[in-house]
Design a protein around this ligand. Structure first.
Ligand SMILES: N[C@@H](CCC(=O)N[C@@H](CS)C(=O)NCC(=O)O)C(=O)O
Length: 289
């Protein structure tokens, strides 16, 4: 990964952004792409028009440590913005294995939140963070309370993290310049041809679980969450962003689905996506240089 240019903490006063959408979406990506490395863009969503009523932002007091080029991080960054949670973002680039970070989070993983009341003070794992914040703030729109509906959202997220994401990681991490997991061909000193075969096999394996999200979890609805994107939808759309780095040919439904999420969530989606897209544009430029 290229070193991110900006460190430090920024306060992010997000607003629910359903109406603020498309304009900002168009703006964010090129802005990020223009930078050699993704730069801090954690600023407030654009002000609503005079007509739109100012909704009081929920006071979350959440501190988020994150890495801008990461879709795991993008997931939580989109969610906090879309849910209108006040939070601050700290760029953790280069810091995740420092003694200070490890003392708080021995898994050295981002996204990580710090929030009063958490038994150990911190929480990592993107889906667990969204579940926790949705529970804490009663965000049923993103995470339904009804057990059966909630179970489907949980199932989709576990299926993503346990099945789809490992394929996406094996297929894209080499192109992204991210390290692969120990024990995998990509991490070993195997011949580049073997690594390339493994990468291609992983890319080929993506189609099946991807289709399951469409045919089973969406089941004819616009989103897994129904008429509105749930936390599982945010997790899925963010994950699919990485596939651009290998020019993966997404099926039409997936392209439409991602566009629909971006349209619904507006700048809440577009801004964090811009950081990921900017990073991908950067590595692709490097690869062809
Ligand atoms: N399953 C986790 C994955 C988190 C993860 O892999 N985070 C990476 C960035 S994509 C990280 O923080 N790596 C830093 C490190 O290991 O030091 C999630 O969804 O949050």
């Amino acid at each position: 990964m290229a070193k991110t240019a900006t460190k430090g903490t920024k306060k992010v006063t997000a607003k629910p952004t359903a109406r603020l959408a498309a304009k900002a979406a168009a703006k964010a990506a090129p802005k990020a792409a223009a930078k050699a490395a993704p730069k801090a863009t954690a600023k407030a969503a654009p002000k609503a028009t005079a007509k739109a009523k100012a909704k009081p932002a929920r006071k979350a007091g959440v501190k988020l440590s994150m890495l801008r080029p990461s879709v795991n991080n993008m997931t939580v960054r989109v969610f906090t913005r879309a849910a209108g949670l006040d939070h601050s973002e700290t760029d953790a680039w280069g810091l995740t294995r420092t003694p200070e970070f490890l003392a708080r989070n021995p898994a050295h993983l981002t996204p990580m939140i710090e929030d009063k009341g958490l038994p150990r003070g911190v929480l990592w794992e993107s889906c667990a963070i969204m579940q926790y914040l949705a529970n804490k703030h009663g965000l049923d729109k993103f995470y339904p309370k009804a057990p059966a509906k909630r179970a489907m959202v949980d199932s989709a997220m576990f299926y993503l993290v346990g099945t789809l994401y490992p394929y996406v990681a094996r297929a894209t991490y080499p192109a992204l310049g991210f390290p692969q997991y120990a024990g995998e061909v990509g991490h070993s000193d195997a011949h580049p041809d073997r690594k390339s075969e493994a990468q291609k096999a992983a890319a080929a394996a993506i189609a099946e679980p991807l289709e399951v999200f469409h045919s089973f979890f969406r089941d004819g609805k616009p989103f897994i969450g129904g008429a509105n994107p749930s936390i599982a939808d945010i997790r899925l759309a963010a994950t699919l962003e990485f596939l651009a780095v290998i020019d993966y040919a997404l099926p039409k439904w997936a392209k439409d689905y991602m566009a629909a999420i971006e349209k619904k969530l507006g700048n809440a989606y577009a801004e964090p996506a811009g950081d990921v897209r900017g990073y991908i544009a950067h590595v692709k430029t490097q690869a062809t240089a």
